[in-house]
Write a protein that binds this ligand. Sequence first.
Ligand SMILES: *Cc1c(COP(=O)(O)O)cnc(C)c1O
Length: 420
Amino acid sequence: MNHFEYRDNRLFCENVDIEHIAEEVGTPFYVYSSATLERHLKVFREPFAQVDHLICYAMKANSSLAVMKLLFSQGAGADIVSAGELFKTLKAGVDPRKVVFSGVGKTAEEMEYALKTGIFCFNVESLPELEALNAVALRLGKTAPVSIRVNPDVDPKTHPYISTGLKESKFGVAWKDAVTAYQRAHELEAIEVAGLDCHIGSQITQVEPFIDALRKLKELVAKLRGMGIPLHHLDLGGGLGINYNQEAPPHPAEYGRHIVEETRGLDLKLVFEPGRVIVGNAGVLVTRVIYDKLGETKRFLVVDAAMNDLIRPAFYGSHHRMTPVHLHDGRTLHKVDVVGPVCETGDFLARDRELPELRAGELLAVHSAGAYGAVMGSTYNARPLTPEVLVKGGEWWVTRRRQTFDDLIALEFIPRETGG
Ligand SMILES: *Cc1c(COP(=O)(O)O)cnc(C)c1O
């Protein structure tokens, strides 16, 4: 459920008319609903009300400070994958004791920053990383809490680019090496074994892969305990899918119920790293039609948002539902490619999409754009980064302004020797 609804044929975000934002902010822009964000976090958390748990929002999905602040103020922690994310998450007021640090390529500098911050846990993805973390912690006179991210080799049945728990994936420690990794972690002086971690992929639309992974993890927990290696938490990662089009992902309540059942009596704190399921349907990208262009064999709707603003269609072939911001009676349906102004054939937001006729100057809403949207934005073709707007009830704020042309060149330097 989300809070983007039509009232008198006009699209609203909560109590704000989206066209009104467009007039003030210009297009394109992202708009997020506070009520939807809060609801999604609440619904995700509800099944775990009776068990010890921690929700570490995977901020790579949407690292808007305002969005994070809202989630942190509701009790969420964060899953981070870089020092930059740690910096941002602290700026948004996260409790450092609720931060888990994932990622295959943590550098010594990043480890030091996180150790000094005092985070909840490092999700270590390889033996060399474990040794490096031990060395950094020793040097600082600190102990690093660690989970090993294991690769349970289950097929999440999602897009190959977002499958992360298969044997051939770069993520995690191979299943067959997991025990050795834990033995080593247990030995190392500045490492404290805290938990066990896995994350099998993203946009998963069935419960089974999660349960398959969980059952394998339970075997490992038993084995490690048998070896005298104590564990305090089980991190089940993120990856729960959302409805973009025709998918029927399990409701978070169902997902949660299965997990609670499957972990009963395990005596481990449950950690989750949801990203998309919290923010995906809480955001819409609003764009304006520049031209309705009739090609030789196709009709193109040329809009002012492009792959640099929302790369998912070009990158993963993702489907984003689209609706006109104003619904008009009697408009004919056309099959169109919705494309941006960027000079790439891959620059499309939708292909062969049936849409009511839209005229130059009219607004189009690209739905389910709250996750992996703005965060993947770039300035390709010297297009300034898209602004972000947060709505709460009848109020709204520009939480990231549009980049200016001066911002575009702010980091650059022209050596005298280049001429002139
Ligand atoms: C990306 C990622 C997540 C979040 O995935 P979603 O599909 O957005 O829920 C969680 N944990 C890790 C380690 C990730 O890389």
